[in-house]
Design a binder for this molecule. Structure first.
Ligand code: ADP
Ligand code: MG
Length: 590
């Protein structure tokens, strides 16, 4: 007997089906894209059991003639191309001409369709690729496709379907992406007889975002737009501001020439735009439409076209990251400075166009020499000065040699520092500000933290597990200048810490670190950032701490010299500026 056999057409079709249809979300995608190609303005999706038992997509598009309906199910039939050469120019989404054939081969499949000028439509029922029934029916114009009992005839594949919640998550992601990139189209998503999302035609992407993510989102989104010098690359869209946070990246949608892509490098670039703005482990949301010369991308690297390859990926990544960073900075500085025009004697701040909030204080490019106060020689606690501080005017020199003058007015509730400067009246949240200063310091000094040996080691009581985690990760802590020993199964001794941490809650810090070590199996950079943020938080002055005039002065000076000074590492603002015009307006002087 021969070992080699020719597979039956049904088996071949089942195998081919696997390439197009791997999971319910792929079925939804193919059907919705067909509906879009058919110029539908209303698309309704019904899902049961994460798509495993039922997927139905109904549209009001152009429909098909009975002959076309029969043909559409056959493998390699399409109305969209006639030769491979056409692939290059193709404007529509589907183009392999095998989606319907594939899903028909692996499900209980129904197609019902009618064209506008026909009186009746046609309904075809297939079971695992075999035609069971064909009938003339009366139905509205458009097409309805349903796919039931997906993979019932391929147990091997069915086994690989994830829990229905997981499959549903994939479907919802696709739904959102499609709804975002087609705001004018009415979409509806039902799951297990419940309405999940209803999106009537929206005027623009912004309104669609609000439909999808809720009204509170309207206050938290910023428009974003940029293009590179050669204008071969542009981006526009909407991003969340510094006040919005999520635990994952599921709300970041990127489109390249209108096609939704899941490019992890671009998503990383997007997230890098929020560095210093969102706390580690928290993620933003956004919709970015990237337009690029098609000659500079390859869309055919993925069988389901979910990925694209860029000729110059770094350029795209940089444009995304920088534009986001600049948009956020401009936004935060606009919020911090009151929405009124700057006072007449202040320089005309170009808040919307300037990338950095330069006119609050000039950013410093080389901050290292400024940290003298934080060298081991100078302990962080400062002796009370004897000068009558409130009247003192401090002049400091910004890097562009423009003197920056401010006067310290005092401290309110031992929590807010009040100063006046050229911008107006400035309120500073002392904890948030100090946290940011220390965070930047630790980032600068990463790997070479100025440490001090503790005269009396601090002993921290922990659980046995925590002790083990801490000792296993002692090397990581050492990088941050924290040296520990295990002195009993449930006791850790802290031998040295960075100078700024000397008076901090070290027990709290260690236990928090143990928590971090327990959770983080993955990203080392992230872990370091967490530790750094936690160190900054623990070492920073607290709200309610009385500060000496000299401490206030030092804090304000330090703050004026660092980057990212407008928010703390958790994204909260560090300061609020009330301009003279706003004050005058309030008191009805103008
Ligand atoms: P492709 O989309 O790659 O052409 P499909 O198997 O998805 O292949 O569809 C085959 C053909 O069936 C399409 O080219 C189109 O002419 C027709 N078709 C499929 N779905 C619809 C629909 N919802 N409305 C109108 N025509 C459709
Ligand atoms: Mg198609």
């Amino acid at each position: 007997m021969n070992k080699i056999r020719l597979l039956s057409p049904q088996e071949i079709q089942k195998i081919a089906a696997g390439e197009v249809v791997e999971r319910p979300a792929n079925v939804v995608k193919e059907l919705v894209e067909n509906a879009l190609d058919a110029q539908a303005t209303y698309i309704e999706i019904i899902i049961k059991d994460g798509g495993e038992s039922f997927i139905g997509v109904t549209d009001n598009g152009c429909g098909m003639s009975p002959e076309d309906a029969r043909l559409s199910i056959a493998p390699h039939t399409t109305s969209k191309i006639s030769s491979v050469d056409d692939l290059v120019q193709l404007a529509t989404f589907g183009f392999r001409g095998e989606a319907l054939a594939s899903m028909c081969a692996v499900s209980d499949f129904t197609l019902k369709t009618k064209r506008e000028n026909d009186d009746t439509g046609i309904q075809l029922n297939f079971k695992n690729g075999v035609l069971e029934r064909e009938e003339i029916v009366s139905c509205p114009t458009g097409t309805m496709v349903s796919v039931a009992d997906l993979f019932a005839n391929i147990p091997a594949r069915k086994k690989f379907l994830k829990a229905s919640e997981t499959e549903m998550r994939h479907i919802t992601q696709f739904f959102q992406a499609t709804a975002l990139s087609n705001p004018a189209i009415h979409f509806k998503l039902m799951c297990d007889n419940k309405l999940v999302q209803q999106c009537p035609p929206a005027e623009n992407t912004q309104m669609r975002v609000v439909q999808l993510w809720g009204h509170h989102m309207a206050q938290n989104i910023l428009p974003i737009t940029a293009e590179n010098d050669q204008k071969q690359l542009s981006i526009h869209g909407l991003i969340s501001n510094h006040q919005f946070q999520r635990f994952n990246t599921a709300n970041i949608f990127l489109f390249v020439n209108q096609r939704w892509v899941k490019n992890s490098n671009l998503i990383k670039a997007f997230i890098r735009g929020y560095q210093q703005v969102l706390p580690p482990g928290k993620y933003p949301a956004g919709v970015l439409f990237i337009k690029i010369d098609p000659a500079n991308i390859d869309v055919n690297i993925h069988p389901r076209k979910e990925e694209v390859q860029f000729l110059h990926e770094r350029t795209v990544e940089q444009l995304i990251q920088q534009t986001i960073k600049q948009t956020l900075e401009a936004h935060v500085s606009k919020q911090i400075i009151t929405p009124f025009a700057p006072p007449p004697h202040a320089p005309q701040a170009t808040l919307t166009s300037s990338p950095a909030p330069a006119h609050i204080w000039q950013p410093v490019d080389e901050p290292i020499p400024q940290w003298a106060a934080y060298q081991p020689a100078t302990p962080p606690t400062i002796v009370e000065p004897t000068v009558a501080y409130a009247q003192q005017t401090v002049t400091q020199t910004a890097p562009d040699n423009q003197p920056e003058t401010y006067r310290i007015i005092g401290q309110y509730l031992n929590t807010y520092i009040i100063i006046e400067n050229e911008q107006g009246l400035v309120l500073i949240d002392q904890h948030a500000a100090h946290e940011r200063i220390l965070y930047e310091l630790f980032a600068q000094r990463f790997q070479e933290v100025a440490c001090s040996q503790l005269l009396f080691p601090t002993v921290v009581a922990v659980t046995h597990d925590e002790a083990q985690l801490l000792i296993d990760n002692a090397a990581t802590l050492a990088i941050h200048g924290i040296a520990i020993d295990r002195i009993a199964s449930d006791r850790i001794a802290i031998r040295s810490v960075p100078v700024n941490l000397k008076n901090a809650d070290l027990a709290g810090l260690l236990i928090h670190c143990a928590d971090l070590f327990a959770q983080s199996q993955t990203n080392v950079d992230m872990l370091h950032e967490y530790i750094r943020a936690q160190m900054a938080c623990k070492a920073a002055v607290k709200g309610g701490d009385e500060l000496s005039k000299q401490q206030i002065n030092e804090l304000v000076t330090q703050l004026s010299k660092i980057n990212n000074r407008l928010t703390c590492p958790h994204g909260r603002p560090t300061m609020w500026i009330i301009s003279l015009p706003e004050l005058e307006k309030h008191f009805k002087r103008i």
